[in-house]
Design a protein around this ligand. Structure first.
Ligand SMILES: [Fe+2]
Length: 345
């Protein structure tokens, strides 16, 4: 496995780059905007293809690199289903898997620091965001933080991982880089409490100043911007109500860009073709499956995904390859469901 721990000095943030092999797909966790050029350089140096960028939660102390990485690499932006951030193109919930080629991370919902905090666990390591830090825990006094929920997340989820599991947090202010679950259980001063009430009391007595960047970072991270706004402006978006009229139309091909697990969990639009987003470049270029479909049958392609972000980027990719008659479902299956569009399992 390729694994890199990168550091942003200004916010003391750790960012993690993972891939199963050289030349393969890569995933980045908690990227910082100011470091995006460095990440992209490293991705090139290691001959990787960045396919997913993930934030463990809505950050208050730095501006996320998710939007910039999406714009540079067309990667899928990922957060938990509680997140109110607009940039997200895939949302995960407890029990889901965060996957790239050769790697699958278990998704743990670990609220407390914020109500949209997630951790991602692999066999030998866990990325704990700001839920569990090295000899500390993330503050719980803003952004719908809740010390009671955090106690539950830490004691009933994270500390139940194997003792030798390595802990990689989103921050460290002392220079520590890694710990283990066993070490934190034994040595983390915040975790030496007997009851949830004692933990709540401890956390509520911290009286920390707000992060320097909070007033800037939170609004900036809430609204990173959507790829689909530009596509809509160019008249290439179809609303859920309009798309419903096209189901079964002989000259329209619905193309589902989501992953298999998303299709199984949320259902599919009847008669649609499955063409996962990571293969979009191969599928839309000359000789590719979707390119052939459009040219041989004259069908109009209607891309859809979970929220309309991947499908908007797919419209752009298809147009770049000379396919004119492509549109996408604005807002994705999320909008389709809200419009009571029928789904097949
Ligand atoms: Fe945080």
């Amino acid at each position: 496995m390729i694994f890199r721990q990168l550091f942003d000095n200004a916010s003391a943030t750790y960012t993690y780059l993972l891939a199963s092999r050289r030349g393969g797909e890569a995933l980045i966790i908690d990227p910082v905007l100011e470091k995006v050029e460095r990440y992209i350089q490293l991705v090139h140096e290691l001959d990787l293809k960045l396919v997913k960028a993930v934030d463990t939660h809505l950050h208050a102390d730095h501006i996320t690199g998710l939007g910039a990485l999406r714009d540079c690499t067309h990667c899928v932006t990922v957060m938990g289903e509680q997140s109110k951030v607009d940039v997200v193109s895939m949302r995960l919930a407890e029990g889901d898997k965060l996957t790239i080629e050769g790697l699958a991370l278990d998704v743990l919902y670990t609220p407390g620091h914020t109500d949209d905090s997630y951790s991602f666990a692999m066999r030998d390591r866990v990325f704990t965001g700001d839920t569990l830090l090295i000899r500390g825990t993330g503050r719980t006094d803003f952004q719908n933080g809740d010390p009671r929920a955090q106690f539950d997340s830490i004691f009933n989820k994270l500390l139940r991982l194997r003792e030798e599991t390595m802990v990689f947090p989103a921050h460290d202010y002392k220079g520590d880089t890694v710990s283990t679950i066993g070490e934190e259980k034994a040595c983390n001063p915040r975790l030496q409490v007997k009851t949830v009430d004692a933990y709540v009391e401890l956390m509520n007595a911290l009286n920390l100043p707000n992060p320097k960047m909070m007033d800037v970072a939170v609004p900036a991270n809430m609204r990173v911007g959507l790829a689909q706004e530009e596509i809509a402006r160019r008249g290439l978006a179809v609303s859920a109500a309009e798309a419903m009229m096209l189901v079964g139309a002989p000259d329209v091909a619905f193309v589902d860009l989501r992953e298999r697990a998303e299709r199984e969990k949320h259902g599919i639009i009847a008669g649609s073709i499955h063409a996962p987003y990571p293969d979009i470049q191969i599928n839309v270029r000359s000789g590719g499956m979707l390119n052939e479909l459009a040219r041989a049958t004259g069908k109009r392609i209607l891309f859809y995904c979970a929220f309309g972000e991947r499908s908007a980027m797919a419209v752009q990719a298809a147009q770049d390859c000379g396919l004119e008659s492509v549109r996408h479902l604005q807002g994705g299956i999320d909008a389709w469901k809200k419009a009571c569009g029928p789904l097949e399992r």
